[in-house]
Unconditional design. Structure first.
Length: 102
């Protein structure tokens, strides 16, 4: 009986780990998509572009002005990029911990 319970806990930990990694990937993707749209000079009047920009700005609000650069494109790449990298590192680190826990 204990092995059955352990299997159920391991399966739950693996599923939780996958969910955490997926959320981190989606957050980083949205931010990276905004960086790409910005660099390609996408039409900011477009609703999709506006949605991606607003979401990325909300997600990276804590990191955008952490460093200041004289060129706006560098500010966007580093300000938003830092948030994407942090989400990936923390999300996948937590997912790895959940995998090992199971």
């Amino acid at each position: 009986m204990p092995s059955h319970t352990h299997t159920r806990v391991a399966r739950g930990s693996n599923q939780a780990g996958r969910a955490v990694a997926l959320v981190a990937d989606v957050l980083a993707f949205v931010i990276a998509l905004w960086i790409l749209l910005y660099l390609l000079d996408a039409n900011r009047g477009n609703e999709l572009v506006e949605f991606v920009h607003d979401t990325a700005t909300w997600l990276s609000g804590w990191s955008y002005d952490l460093f200041t650069f004289s060129r706006e494109w560098v500010q966007v790449v580093f300000g938003y990029g830092l948030a994407a990298v942090v989400y990936l590192l923390i999300g996948h680190g937590l997912a790895g911990w959940l995998y090992r826990r199971g």
